[in-house]
Write a protein that binds this ligand. Structure first.
Ligand SMILES: *[C@@H]1O[C@H](CO)[C@@H](O)[C@H](O)[C@H]1NC(C)=O
Ligand SMILES: *[C@@H]1O[C@H](CO)[C@@H](O)[C@H](O)[C@H]1NC(C)=O
Ligand SMILES: *[C@@H]1O[C@H](CO)[C@@H](O)[C@H](O)[C@H]1NC(C)=O
Ligand SMILES: *[C@@H]1O[C@H](CO)[C@@H](O)[C@H](O)[C@H]1NC(C)=O
Ligand SMILES: *[C@@H]1O[C@H](CO)[C@@H](O)[C@H](O)[C@H]1NC(C)=O
Ligand SMILES: *[C@@H]1O[C@H](CO)[C@@H](O)[C@H](O)[C@H]1NC(C)=O
Ligand SMILES: *[C@@H]1O[C@H](CO)[C@@H](O)[C@H](O)[C@H]1NC(C)=O
Ligand SMILES: *[C@@H]1O[C@H](CO)[C@@H](O)[C@H](O)[C@H]1NC(C)=O
Ligand SMILES: *[C@@H]1O[C@H](CO)[C@@H](O)[C@H](O)[C@H]1NC(C)=O
Length: 519
């Protein structure tokens, strides 16, 4: 199997990618420039870097289990005087060799590398692909056979034509080879998959008229669900190492503004998404809405810091959803869950009446945001129960971990934050700047409701934030109750904090049953 994969990788390389055994770097799409600051060699072979806003990045796949050398060179400075590799918990030992930072790993990692005062450099390494479609198979619909323009010269209908051709053929796969495709809304049909090869970019055009105006959000303008599943569908998968580019820098700044949710699994059952890179969202990037059973893995969301509400992943009114191995670099919240009212603003296109949210897990994620790293809220119009954030990292945020019950009157229950590492905090979000904020607020008459049952355990809080942590309700009918906090390691301490005051949990009006329990 391993040999077979390598053979596939080598064959592909002759056409498009840079490979050495067990390592693939995908060709840099023509519209992106290479980094002006960094180069990366993996086991001696250059990978394609990409220049971006606020940070540069490089994406690759690699076999795991054997030592693989990463050699980052500063291309515009001659020496390295300081560096940092996050997540800090990976404790990757590195050495400096002139203008190069060198380290060896045996697993694929998402890493945020800081060198001197340069912009950050994000390494997005995934495990090698195991499920590349056989393009000669009869269930594979290559978009190039449906007149898709892979040059980006025109807005192409070819990708949708292939998706439509696949409709009704359970198990069929629409294959998008490397290239640049400017596409209108895409509708993925029941029991079909969309495969984006590494080096393939689906991009939004500059023209709102190319898109369905699905909703109107006051203060922003018209919005679309760019790439979505059909409602009442099942067994849909979006995968590969390709890129979904929301062209947010352009459409968000149009007059009037246009916004888009980029990838919207909606009203679907058993949805899977694996390996995609999503960038430049003008609004919430990846939004499972009214979905039952979904798995989203190996996802990389790279947004800009100058665009308003470009959340990474917002799970909305869905059940049994797992987000695993994800990085979301966003201006707004990186990872959150929400429930909304019926048929207003952004919820106008929802297929069903409002639904509760249950059993959602965020595991092994990395958040970098100007707002919340991990959050339940702000909409709590239907109940949200059993939400787990675990084994995850806040690189930096205004608020690390939180529940913000701001709109709606339903209950939030059974939320846990465990094995979390908060590396940094900065700025403020609505006046909050803290490692932990659990609060009920009243906004514009949108109601209040309770928060019951919160577990915060095994958190490395390398910083606590500028202000107090809040664990507070709104009034006696909207309390925060039953909050257990334990094993919080503050700054560099190896022993957990012994009092709530030590972790600045001091703003506790309208709360009951806050316990500090270390084991
Ligand atoms: C890098 O090279 C080492 C030594 O040859 C090899 O064991 C390892 O598999 C290589 N890594 C990758 C991802 O190709
Ligand atoms: C790429 O570089 C060229 C030349 O400096 C510049 O004109 C262009 O705007 C850059 N494109 C992007 C996407 O940064
Ligand atoms: C298009 O389909 C034909 C067979 O119908 C096949 O021979 C050809 O290779 C296909 N081209 C692509 C790009 O898939
Ligand atoms: C929103 O789109 C509608 C058409 O769907 C259009 O009439 C209206 O002017 C647009 N509004 C804004 C603010 O873009
Ligand atoms: C909570 O969610 C997890 C993960 O989806 C699930 O395994 C567990 O059974 C749920 N707990 C309850 C009580 O439903
Ligand atoms: C919280 O979870 C427990 C099971 O672990 C369940 O019995 C209880 O109903 C949940 N709370 C709410 C409000 O759903
Ligand atoms: C605590 O969390 C860290 C990650 O932040 C993890 O490495 C460690 O194993 C966890 N400890 C326990 C006892 O689960
Ligand atoms: C709590 O505040 C809400 C919203 O203003 C209000 O409807 C409710 O009556 C209040 N409850 C109490 C006990 O004051
Ligand atoms: C934590 O340790 C690091 C490295 O040893 C040090 O640079 C930092 O100042 C320490 N932070 C605190 C708050 O003590």
């Amino acid at each position: 199997m391993r040999f077979f994969n390598q053979l596939v990788a080598v064959c592909i390389s002759l056409l498009v990618a840079t490979t050495s055994a067990g390592f693939v770097s995908y060709p840099r799409p023509s519209i992106y420039n290479k980094s002006a600051h960094f180069s990366l060699k993996v086991n001696g072979t250059y990978a394609y870097t990409v220049s971006y806003a606020g940070y540069d990045y490089v994406q690759l796949s690699m076999d795991e289990g054997h030592p693989t050398e990463f050699r980052i060179a500063l291309t515009d400075e001659s020496s390295i005087t300081s560096y940092n590799i996050s997540p800090l918990k990976t404790s990757i030992p590195a050495t400096v060799d002139g203008n190069e930072l060198v380290f060896t790993v045996t697993t694929a990692n998402y890493l945020i590398v800081e060198i001197n005062d340069e912009k950050k450099f994000i390494i997005l390494a995934d495990p090698s692909e195991t499920d590349v479609p056989d393009t000669t198979a009869s269930n594979v619909y290559n978009v190039l056979n449906y007149t898709a323009d892979n040059t980006g010269a025109t807005t192409t209908k070819g990708v949708q034509a292939a998706l439509d051709a696949a409709e009704g053929h359970a198990g069929s796969i629409v294959y998008v080879p490397p290239g640049l495709y400017i596409v209108p809304n895409l509708y993925i049909h029941s029991q079909t998959s969309l495969y984006l090869a590494g080096g393939a970019v689906l991009r939004m055009s500059d023209n709102p008229d190319d898109y369905k105006h699905d909703f109107y959000k006051s203060g922003d303008g018209n919005g679309t669900w760019w790439i979505r599943t059909d409602a009442d569908s099942k067994d849909i998968k979006v995968y590969g190492r390709g890129t979904i580019d929301g062209n947010g820098q352009t459409i968000f700044h149009l007059e009037p503004r246009f916004i888009a949710d980029l990838l919207v699994p909606v009203g679907t059952t058993n949805f899977k998404c694996d390996g995609i890179l999503v960038r430049d969202a003008s609004f919430w990037a990846v939004v499972p809405i009214q979905v039952t059973t979904a798995s989203i893995t190996n996802i990389k969301i790279l947004d800009r810091f100058n665009i308003g509400q470009n959340d990474g992943i917002d799970v909305v009114e869905s059940t049994d959803v797992t987000i695993d191995r994800a990085i979301a670099i966003t201006n707004d919240d990186s990872f959150s869950t929400k429930t909304w009212p019926y048929n207003v603003g952004t919820t106008v296109p929802y297929p069903y009446k409002p639904r509760p949210l249950r059993n959602v897990v965020f595991n092994n994620c990395i958040a970098w945001t100007n707002c919340y790293g991990y959050k339940v809220g702000q909409g709590i119009y239907e109940s949200q129960d059993n939400v787990t954030f675990t084994n995850s990292v806040v690189y930096t945020a205004a608020v690390g971990l939180g529940i913000d019950h701001k709109f709606g009157t339903s209950t939030v229950s059974n939320v846990s934050f465990t094995n979390m590492d908060i590396e940094g905090l900065h700025g403020t979000n609505f006046g909050h700047a803290t490692w932990l904020a659990v609060l009920v607020e009243l906004d514009n008459g949108a109601g209040v409701g309770p928060v019951e049952g919160v577990l915060v355990n095994n958190v490395t809080a390398r910083v606590l934030g500028k202000y107090n942590s809040l664990v507070q309700g709104y009034n006696s009918s909207a309390m925060v109750s039953d909050v257990t906090i334990g094993n919080v390691y503050v700054h560099n301490s190896t022993v957990p904090a012994k009092t709530l005051a030590d972790i600045k949990v001091l703003d506790t009006d309208y709360s009951e049953g806050i316990k500090l329990v270390n084991n």
